[in-house]
Write a protein that binds this ligand. Structure first.
Ligand SMILES: *[C@@H]1O[C@H](CO)[C@@H](O)[C@H](O)[C@H]1NC(C)=O
Ligand SMILES: *[C@@H]1O[C@H](CO)[C@@H](O)[C@H](O)[C@H]1NC(C)=O
Length: 361
């Protein structure tokens, strides 16, 4: 009987401890509250009654921004990013902490902007998306891509956050692809769709390893060669054509050459001795758009061995020393005025000096 009572007493005490601990945990763990920028925000201190008296702190100091209190509630007007922070409330008169709220001020997402491109035709394509305006709070995206009323498998890019990859389910398809991107955050969600046909998004990467070399004894020629982009998977079945542009460094006007299939070209109309800048772009021979320009390469056509540069500087040097006497010969003329004046001063004072000398004698 006695033992039983002790046991149940123990249980009650234990339960009370557990409950107290759980309550403490609730008070200590901050909960998140997301609010729209510009709105008036109400934060409720735990589940305290309407007539409870509490005081609030943000980031550990008293709340100073415009606000008012209604019992256990803190009301902030027209919140902006400066109101973000960790808010805690304490019940008067003992100052026990009753709640902790992390306030996050943000915006609803706006329609995502979507673009898609295939640089690996006919293997697959990728889509990028971004929000036209930041939301300031975590925002996630859902992507759905439909083709011929079927959802395609979408693979997230391991590096680019807002990018996904898709394999073409078939080649030469006339059905459009429909991309639906939904942006979701704590304040709401919004979708946008983008529709395209296979042939419109094909854009290869720029050609690689572009080189330009002078040709011996040919002062107007440059030999340019390059490789097809490594990302283009099947150059034999899906050949690329190329576009070459070049100009002397000192000119703004580009000259262009379009080349089907070849990965080299000889420029024959270069200005002798002028440094050239050269770039190449690529495009599928039938569909899509031109790639961006390749990294610029510089080259100068072959020129006959010029005279050693050292001899010309040796010639220049003596002429420079010869010219220097001209300014220095002027200098004495300018100096004549003070000299004259000094002479005159001496002339005026010399009788006095003479008198003084006579006196001293
Ligand atoms: C609270 O601290 C955070 C982070 O340090 C800061 O961004 C925020 O502006 C602070 N909030 C207030 C109301 O001072
Ligand atoms: C886009 O996806 C969202 C979320 O799955 C869906 O609610 C919406 O209806 C879709 N929009 C279109 C045009 O299919």
């Amino acid at each position: 009987m006695m033992a039983n009572l002790v046991t149940s007493l123990c249980c009650v005490v234990l339960a009370a401890v557990v409950v107290a601990y759980a309550q403490r945990r609730i008070q200590l763990v901050a909960r998140n509250q997301y609010e729209r920028m510009g709105s008036d925000v109400t934060m409720q201190c735990g589940s305290l009654d309407r007539d409870a008296s509490v005081s609030w702190k943000v980031n550990g100091t008293d709340v100073i921004s415009p606000h008012h209190l209604e019992g256990p509630r803190l009301i902030l007007t027209e919140v902006d990013l400066g109101h973000n922070g960790l808010y805690s409330c304490f019940q008067n008169p003992h100052g026990d902490r009753r709640d902790t709220i992390y306030l996050h001020v943000g915006l609803l997402p706006q329609k995502p902007v979507i673009t898609c491109r295939s640089n690996t035709y006919p293997k697959g394509f990728y889509c990028n998306w971004h929000l036209p305006h930041p939301t300031y709070i975590p925002t996630a995206f859902e992507v759905d891509i439909q083709h011929n009323q079927r959802s395609l498998t979408v693979q997230k890019d391991p590096v680019h956050k807002n990018r996904c990859h898709v394999r073409f389910p078939e080649v030469f398809s006339s059905y459009p692809y429909i991309v639906n991107v939904t942006a979701i955050n704590a304040l709401g969600k919004i979708s946008n769709t983008y529709s395209f046909e296979e042939s419109n998004i094909v854009k290869p990467d720029p050609p690689e390893r572009v080189t330009a070399t002078p040709i011996r004894f040919n002062p107007r020629r440059l030999e340019v060669s390059w490789q097809s982009p490594a990302t283009w998977p099947d150059i034999d079945s899906f050949p690329l054509k190329y576009f070459l542009r070049y100009r002397p460094l000192i000119r703004d006007q580009w000259q262009h050459v379009e080349l089907s299939d070849s990965t080299s070209h000889t420029i024959t109309d270069a200005y002798a001795g002028k440094e050239y800048i050269i770039q190449v772009a690529a495009k599928d021979t039938e569909i899509g758009t031109w790639s961006d320009w390749s990294v610029a390469v510089h080259a100068t056509p072959w020129i006959e061995d010029p005279l050693p540069i050292t001899s010309t500087t040796e010639v220049d040097f003596p002429t420079e020393t010869k010219t220097s006497p001209i300014p220095s010969s002027r200098a004495p003329q300018k100096g004549q005025v003070p000299v004259d004046r000094a002479a005159r001063v001496v002339a005026v004072f010399s009788p006095l000096l003479l008198g003084l000398m006579l006196l001293l004698m």
